[in-house]
Write a protein that binds this ligand. Sequence first.
Ligand code: HEC
Length: 271
Amino acid sequence: MKLRKLALATVAAAALALPGGMAEASKVKGEVTNFDFSFQGPFGSYDRNQLQRGLQVYHNACAACHGLQYVAFRTLSDPGGPELPPDQMRAFAEMYEVWDPDERDWRTAGPNDRFPDPEFEGAPDLSLMAKARAGFHGPHGLGINQLRKGIGGPEYIASYLVGYTGEEDFQAGSMFYYNKAYGDWVSMAPVLFEDMLDYADGTPATEEQMAKDVAAFLMWTAEPHLNSRKNAGLTGVIILGVLTVLLYLTNKQLWAPIKARAKADIKKRKD
Ligand code: HEC
């Protein structure tokens, strides 16, 4: 009975891990490109320069419409993130205005404020978008594949940004644009254009580069502690590995005299 349950569980787990398994049922019609990111895989981590470039793209191309309501400016200096030096982080915050409920007025943002919501109609908050679009939209399905290749959310965001086919449609007073990552018409116009900004680190600002950088940045906003979480996991695996070896040796030592006695007994009986 127990064995059957175990077998069933194994089959279910395998179905989840297979690319075309359970994930197929919930797949959307869009095409998502399997971009590579530095933070994929059990040992992956964020690339600080990429997060800084992504922040630059967000600031220049997205912040006018999309907020990041869960991200405080001071976290831009946290280890494992874009790691802006504190003075740069302060200067960055000061480029934004936030509503102060006590003063009942707008004021310049400081380190403890969060990215404001520009309240552009229909534009969702992007703080958790990389997680919200994970898995079901991604190219990898679920289970083990996600562990190896990432959750698919950043791939989806980058694909969305470069997914415009150029087809436009004017309907009921609004413009719609065909997006092949979404697999349908969307109300967001294309926003990335080659060389629209100069990267501080000299990386060429191609459309795809900017899309990947801002997608990586949005992965960080959704999962700011990925680096330390993976480090802790790795430390855990190493400690458990050492413990396993020690226990194995202890076990051997503990039973050694009894084994020796048993061997001697067998030998005596044979003789
Ligand atoms: C002019 C305003 C505007 C700008 C600028 C803009 N967006 Fe959007 N965005 C929208 C609107 C409106 C929607 C909702 C589109 C829809 O679902 O039809 C949207 C939707 C999205 C979605 C959700 C897609 C989904 O699966 O539902 C993502 C992701 C996104 N934007 C990312 C970005 C990023 C990243 C940038 C900057 C590189 C950006 N947007 C710049 C207006 C904007």
